[in-house]
Design a protein around this ligand. Structure first.
Ligand code: SF4
Ligand code: SF4
Length: 183
């Protein structure tokens, strides 16, 4: 099949570059007075919408005690099999029989589907608005119980990005290499 090559045939006014230049400048200066679509990250941070599914947290009661009763419903519901819980007998006598001595989530496998939170019978696990957790190693993408509880501490006072954008100093939880455990 023959290839059709179209050549550019400038019109009379195209031979003078001034009209095209003026048109380009008008477009550029016109944008200066429109709302910006970008933000000065990280000084300002994007606030995700209600219901955004970011980093998990383990919730606590008012007295600071962990809500989780180590029933493992979340781990059973998790389609990515990335929740690992080790239960133990609960030391308190309020009806809860178990509590976790280990609660890890492998964030490198998690698909942030929220099934764990939906399955939890006591609202002990939730996904938060935090999206900018980052790390240098694959191992540190396993967040442990201490980390999950610290996410609760950071997020309990309200949306962290709205608070950050208001100038409140927010210390996001750091992901770190987990301690070496015996198998
Ligand atoms: S959000 Fe989904 S994939 Fe991630 S830990 Fe929960 S159930 Fe598993
Ligand atoms: S987070 Fe909820 S579902 Fe998961 S083990 Fe704890 S109490 Fe059970």
């Amino acid at each position: 099949m023959a290839t059709v090559i179209r050549t550019y045939d400038p019109k009379f006014w195209d031979r003078f570059y001034i009209p095209a230049l003026v048109k380009g400048l008008l477009l550029t200066f016109g944008r200066m007075f429109k709302r910006r679509d970008t933000i000065l990250y990280p000084e300002k941070k994007y606030v995700p919408p209600e219901g955004y599914r970011g980093l998990h947290r383990l919730n606590k009661y008012e007295d600071g005690r962990i809500k989780c009763v180590a029933c493992e419903m979340c781990a059973t519901a998790c389609p990515a099999h990335c929740i690992h819980i080790e239960p133990s007998a609960a030391p308190w006598d309020d009806g809860a029989e178990r509590f976790p001595i280990r609660f890890d989530i492998d964030l490198s496998r998690c698909i942030f589907c929220d099934f764990c939170a939906i399955a939890c019978p006591v609202d002990a696990i939730e996904l938060t608005e935090i999206y900018d957790f980052n790390t240098y190693t694959r191992d540190s993408l396993v967040i442990d119980m201490e980390g999950l509880l610290s996410v609760y501490d950071v997020t309990r006072a309200g949306n962290v990005y709205e608070r950050h954008n208001r100038g409140e100093p927010i210390q996001l939880p750091l992901l770190r290499d987990p301690p070496v455990r015996n198998p």
